[in-house]
Design a protein around this ligand. Structure first.
Ligand code: UD1
Length: 365
């Protein structure tokens, strides 16, 4: 079986790593790794290849940044040529970034079967670009690998044949389990002058939070209040750094000395910081899931989530971009009222094994 694995952006890398590793175990699988180049900075891409031992991509499309249409179109044009040359038996796409959508559409039109890992997540908010990517990718996929039973229900409701849907667990959690012990010993908080259990970890990059000055400003006010009680470490995404400069927020940040911005971190350092954080504030998708597994309270700065299992079963709470709510929920956690949660079904470190077994059974492996 020839498998073409696709990655494009940072959150794809921790998902593809266990799949590549699992596929390597089988001599009957020939795999090619393709990187679209949606993310290209070393800190957004290369460091994850190094730390997660992902082999160097066989094919690099180098599409870079652009508007949604530009980026998606560039991936499609370049990926079509690759597919015509490689003719894989299946294309594996993960997550919900523009590269995921672009490769799924291109493959489906060339009648190449598509396997979507992390299918069926829905925020029901189409103003979120990822929601459109999810819906289209799922509609075109032949194998839909899900992380929760709720995702299966979404897909069935959208008319997807049940025999295409497989509840397999969470590949990103496979990666977390594999690296947790190593990460925990790095001493990252101390290296950054932080006391384990004595800081909040923050990430923020959603367009809805950082592209609108009024919204971003309100969030910064909340953070300025919180940092008086608890230091905040903020590894900032390049998009966010650009907006801070564009909106002239740098001076305001200078008046909040314990809200500290640093460059994006490697996977292991960030995991170490999550493990030892008092709480995590984020608008990321994956971090909601990782904090659930780690039992660390997570406040999600969004109005909705495509990962409700992290709220119902895990440590996640939605706080939106509302200043008062962000501060109040933080104080609740500091008062010892944070959620502890439990591990969702099949988030056990073996999702990649289940996926590869299904693909091999399909090809009679
Ligand atoms: C993308 C994904 C988002 C994911 C996020 C994780 C889509 C629609 N969005 O958002 O789901 O949560 O990745 O990071 O696919 N930039 C750099 N260096 C890079 C990459 C980007 O400086 O290596 C800057 C560029 O100014 C670029 C901007 O960040 O325009 C946004 O990058 P883009 O890939 O368009 O989207 P993300 O915001 O990273």
């Amino acid at each position: 079986m020839q498998v073409l694995n696709v990655v494009g952006a940072r959150p794809n890398l921790m998902k593809i790593a266990p799949l590549v590793e699992e596929m390597r175990r089988y001599p009957d699988i020939r795999q090619t790794l393709l990187h679209t180049g949606q993310h290209y900075d070393d800190k957004m891409s290369q460091v994850f290849f190094d730390q997660l031992s992902i082999p160097r991509p066989d094919i690099y499309l180098g599409v870079g940044s652009g508007s949604h249409a530009e980026q998606t179109a560039r991936v499609m044009v370049a990926f079509e040529k690759v597919l015509l040359e490689e003719r894989p038996d299946v294309v594996v796409v993960v997550g919900d970034v523009n590269s995921t959508l672009a490769c799924a559409v291109t493959a489906a039109k060339l009648w190449v079967p598509v396997a979507h890992v992390e299918a069926g997540l829905r925020s029901f908010d189409r103003r979120m670009p990822e929601e459109i990517n999810r819906i289209v990718t799922d509609a075109l996929s032949d194998f839909l690998f899900t992380t929760s039973r709720g995702a299966n229900e979404h897909l069935e409701r959208e008319g997807i044949a049940p025999e295409k849907i497989f509840f397999v667990g969470n590949v990103m959690i496979d990666t977390l389990h594999k690296h947790r012990a190593r990460a925990e010993q790095l001493g990252t908080p101390a290296c950054l002058g932080l006391r384990p259990g004595g800081y909040a970890l923050l990430t923020l990059h959603r367009p809805s939070n950082v592209d609108v000055p009024e919204v971003f400003s309100g969030i910064l006010d909340a953070l300025a209040t919180i940092q008086r009680d608890l230091p905040i470490l903020f590894p900032a995404h390049p998009r966010t750094v650009k907006r801070i400069a564009e909106f002239g927020f740098a001076e305001r940040l200078a008046t909040a000395p314990d809200l500290r911005i640093v460059e994006p971190l490697g996977y292991l350092e960030f995991l170490d910081l999550m493990i030892h954080a008092r709480l995590v504030l984020t608008d990321s998708g994956g971090i909601q899931e990782e904090t659930t597994i780690l039992g660390v309270p997570c406040l999600t700065l969004r109005e909705n989530t495509e990962r409700p299992v992290t709220i119902v079963e895990g440590t996640n709470t939605l706080v939106g971009a509302d200043q008062a709510r962000i501060v109040a929920e933080t104080r609740r956690i500091l008062a010892g009222e944070g959620k502890t949660g439990r591990v969702p079904e099949l988030w056990d470190g073996h999702a990649a094994g289940r996926i590869v077994k299904i693909l091999r059974d399909w090809r009679g492996g």
